[in-house]
Structures are given as structure tokens and as C-alpha cells.
Design a protein around this ligand. Structure first.
Ligand code: SF4
Length: 457
């Protein structure tokens, strides 16, 4: 099994990898289908199902689909052009994707939120169709947005992991146990094995430039979040808090005073800065999702700026190790809140960050695996219940707490020798089973939990 670091960490837009990025990617794939089709449709239609319908508006799924059908992609998203494109589409009732003639698409009529039963293959389903002038369907495809910006058709889902997963790599570990066995046999760290795997696909320059680019975007996102005040969009009137916390921390540092637990506030405010940017629709890196995008950058920034001996030369090792854990979780369970609740998003992110931190702080492979397991174990059972379907409450604070837990998990693991009671694989399987048993109310539908117990207007 191989999942590239550049698939686990993808540059995209907020607020949700499964509800914003995924649908935009799906729309792009449907346009590719049309470009290769012999038919000449004149109009498009999209229906959203399951969680995409229930919380789609709060997650800006409608915007993502409309812009995706106009040719926008997450990695190259330009917010200024997007606003102009939305205004044009609403006025003309047409999208103008590159390489295709203009196609009729009236968002009010042609984008349907279907609140009936979800599609059979996944809680996040959508169907795109292209019609002729008589209204008959010429081309149609269903896509499932399975978390982290990944999208599959029902046929791809039935065929199992393909593409990169089938690439031949020197260390094709699909579980934590395999990862540790291969590491011991090869005498390599987890980061070294993961780097060797990436080299089966990318040149040395591509790997290192790509890792640097990921950190540049992550770090830039923290900085924008720390500098951006105001109220987040969506109607909950949630005020951005990261800038004020950061200003207070800087003031206290200048006065040489350190209230108790100050380090937790640094970690928390880095994570909240990212998730406030995400909630505002800004550029983020999925880590492994948008909703959980703050945890990994916060822990990495904490290490770089607050831990003596930290070196930017190890950023790649951190990200590679974190992605190794993310790949194992995704392969054996899920990183989707709609599939397994928030344990799969913030829990997975915490496990990834804990592993990355343990790696760059000199942990053995066993200690790295232990760090990931501690972090994930203590997120088990955590539900997904975003108020008003917005990735704001509880998501923003939850990333702060997830990052703090990740640092504590790495620290505890590094105080041991790597031997521990619960293997990471058992913890991941427990997460999968718990997610399967979890009521759909707690899987990104906003039909339970905080979403129904907090007054939201
Ligand atoms: S509660 Fe967790 S899983 Fe749900 S949207 Fe928020 S961050 Fe994502």
C-alpha cells in the first residue's frame, strides 16, 4: 500500500475537504469526462446526497460545485476570480469550463439538495449529469467524497485502492505492524522509509520542493490566521480568537511573565489560527482533512519556534512520518468525519502530529508508533456535530486541543522505550468499528450533539 505524502497533505481551500474540496474535484472530473465524450450536451445538473445535502450550505458545497463546473480547482483556487465567476454564472445561468462550450447551469434550479436517503456507497454522495436540449441525460456519473479531498466513483470504490496505492515502492507497509517490521529489517526510520517510497514516484528535487511548499503554505496559513481579526462567515457570529490570544502571549513574553500552561496556549492558538482561516474559506493544507487542518501545522510550528534544538532541516521528516501514519489510518479505517465521526479527523490528525514530533525529537520507530497510538486512543468515540453545519464549533477549538494532546502523546511516548499495551493497529481498528456503530446523527449531518443543543442564531 502506498499513499503519497502529497495525497495526504493537499493544498486546497476551506472550509471542508470532504464537502468543499471533494465536490470541486468531482466537478472537475466530470468536466474531464465530458471533454472525452462524443456527446455535445447543453446543460448540467448536480444532486447532493446524505451529509453533502444536510451540511452542504454550511460547508460551501454549493459554491464548490458551481465553481468546479466552471473549471476552478482547489490547488489553484483564486478567491477574487471566484467571486466574479459566481456573479457571472448567477447572471447568465451558464458555466464556461475551459475546453468545453458554455453549458446551462442555473444554481437555484440545477443544484439539488436531496434530503432523502443517502446514496448506497458513502454518506457523502453526489451525482452530476449532462443533458441535451430536450432535457434527456447524455452523460451521468456519481462521485463519493471520501474525506481529505479524495473522490471515487462507485466503480473505483468497488475495485478497491488503485492508482498510487498499487505503485511498487520499496517499503509497502499497510499497517503499523508491517511498518515496524520493515523498519527493523531495513534499519531505517519511518521518515527514511517514507522518503524512499516517495522516490519511487518523484525525483529527489520534487520530493524536497514539494515538502517545502507544503510547509510554506501551512506556515503562511498560521501567520494569516494570527493576523486576521473579525467575525467568521456563516451566520453563527463566531469571532476569530487566535489574533488576540497570540497578541497576549507576545505581550507576556515581552514582560517575561509566563502564566501557568502558557505553552498550551501557544500550541492552541497556532491550530486555531489555521482553522479560523479554513472557516473563512482561505487556503489551507488538508492534514489529513480541512476540518482537522490545524493540528499538524500547530505541532510543527510549536516544535520549530519553542523547542530548543529544533531545525527547519527536519520539517520534511516530520511531514513524511505524519503522512505514513495518515496513510495507514486511511487505508484501514477512515479519515472522514462523515464516515467515522471526528475521531477520524482530529483523532487521525493528532496521531499524525504526535508521530511527526516523536520522529524529529529523536524517537525510535517504536516510540513514534506509540506516540501515534496514544494520541488516537484518546480521541476514540469523538463525534462530529458541527453547529449549523459550519466547520467552526466545535472544530476550531477541537484542533487546538488535538494539537495539545498530540504534543503530550509524543512526550509520554518519548519517556518510554516504545513498548506499550495497545498496538496502533488495534486502536485504528477500534476507531473503524466505533465509527461503524456510531449513529449517523454524529457523522457530519448536524442532526445530533452540539449541533442541536446550542442555540445558533
Ligand atoms: S466536528 Fe470534527 S469531523 Fe466534524 S466538521 Fe468539525 S473537525 Fe470535522
Amino acid at each position: 500500500m502506498f499513499l503519497s505524502v502529497f495525497d495526504v497533505f493537499k493544498i486546497g481551500i476551506g472550509p471542508s475537504s470532504s464537502h468543499t474540496m471533494g465536490p470541486m474535484v468531482a466537478a472537475g472530473r466530470f468536466l474531464d469526462l465530458l471533454r472525452g465524450s462524443p456527446f455535445r450536451p447543453v446543460a448540467l445538473r448536480c444532486s447532493l446526497h446524505g451529509s453533502l445535502a444536510f451540511t452542504g450550505v454550511g460547508h460551501a458545497t454549493d459554491r464548490a460545485v458551481i465553481l468546479g463546473l466552471d473549471g476552478f480547482l482547489p490547488a489553484t483556487y483564486d478567491a477574487d476570480h471566484a467571486e466574479a465567476a459566481l456573479a457571472r454564472i448567477r447572471e447568465t445561468g451558464e458555466v464556461s469550463p475551459p475546453g468545453l462550450p458554455p453549458l446551462g447551469f442555473r444554481p437555484d434550479l440545477d443544484l439539488v439538495f436531496d434530503y432523502g436517503p443517502p446514496l448506497p456507497g458513502h454518506p457523502n454522495g453526489m451525482t452530476l449529469s449532462a443533458r441535451d436540449a430536450q432535457g434527456d441525460t447524455l452523460v451521468s456519473e456519481t462521485y463519493y467524497s471520501i474525506g481529505g479531498g479524495f473522490v471515487v466513483t462507485p466503480e473505483e470504490q468497488a475495485a478497491g485502492p488503485g492508482g498510487a496505492a498499487r505503485i511498487s515502492v520499496p517499503y509497502p507497509f499497510a499497517s503499523a505492524a508491517e511498518m515496524l517490521r520493515m523498519s527493523a529489517a531495513a534499519g531505517l526510520s519511518i521518515a527514511e522509509m517514507k522518503r524512499a517510497n516517495e522516490r519511487a514516484v518523484y525525483s529527489r528535487r520534487e520530493v524536497e520542493d514539494g515538502l517545502n511548499r507544503l510547509w510554506t503554505v501551512m506556515s503562511g496559513c498560521i501567520d494569516r490566521g494570527l493576523a486576521s481579526e473579525g467575525i467568521l462567515p456563516g451566520g453563527l457570529n463566531v469571532r476569530r480568537r487566535a489574533p488576540a490570544i497570540h497578541a497576549a502571549l507576545l505581550r507576556e513574553r515581552g514582560l517575561n511573565i509566563a502564566p501557568p500552561h502558557t505553552v498550551n496556549d501557544w500550541i492552541g492558538c497556532y491550530a486555531m489560527a489555521v482553522n479560523e482561516e479554513n472557516a473563512a474559506g482561505g487556503q489551507v493544507v488538508t492534514a489529513p482533512t480541512n476540518g482537522a487542518a490545524g493540528v499538524v501545522p500547530a505541532v510543527l510550528r510549536y516544535w520549530l519556534d519553542h523547542v530548543p534544538g529544533a531545525s527547519a532541516s527536519r520539517i520534511g521528516d516530520f511531514l513524511l512520518t505524519a503522512s505514513a501514519i495518515g496513510g495507514i489510518v486511511k487505508h484501514n479505517a477512515s479519515i472522514s468525519g462523515a464516515e467515522c465521526g471526528c475521531q477520524a479527523e482530529v483523532g487521525s490528525a493528532a496521531a499524525m502530529a504526535a508521530a511527526g514530533l516523536a520522529q524529529v525529537m529523536g524517537g525510535t520507530p517504536e516510540q513514534v508508533e506509540n506516540a501515534a497510538e496514544i494520541a488516537l486512543e484518546h480521541h476514540l468515540g469523538m463525534t462530529c456535530d458541527p453547529v449549523k453545519g459550519l466547520v467552526q464549533v466545535p472544530c476550531i477549538e477541537r484542533n487546538g486541543l488535538g494539537a495539545i494532546k498530540a504534543v503530550s502523546a509524543a512526550s509520554l511516548a518519548l519517556r518510554g522505550d516504545g513498548t506499550h499495551f495497545v498496538p496502533l493497529d488495534a486502536c485504528i481498528e477500534t476507531m473503524r468499528q466505533t465509527g461503524a456503530d456510531m449513529s449517523h446523527k454524529y457523522k457530519e449531518t448536524s442532526l445530533g450533539g452540539l449541533a442541536v443543543n446550542v442555540p445558533n442564531c
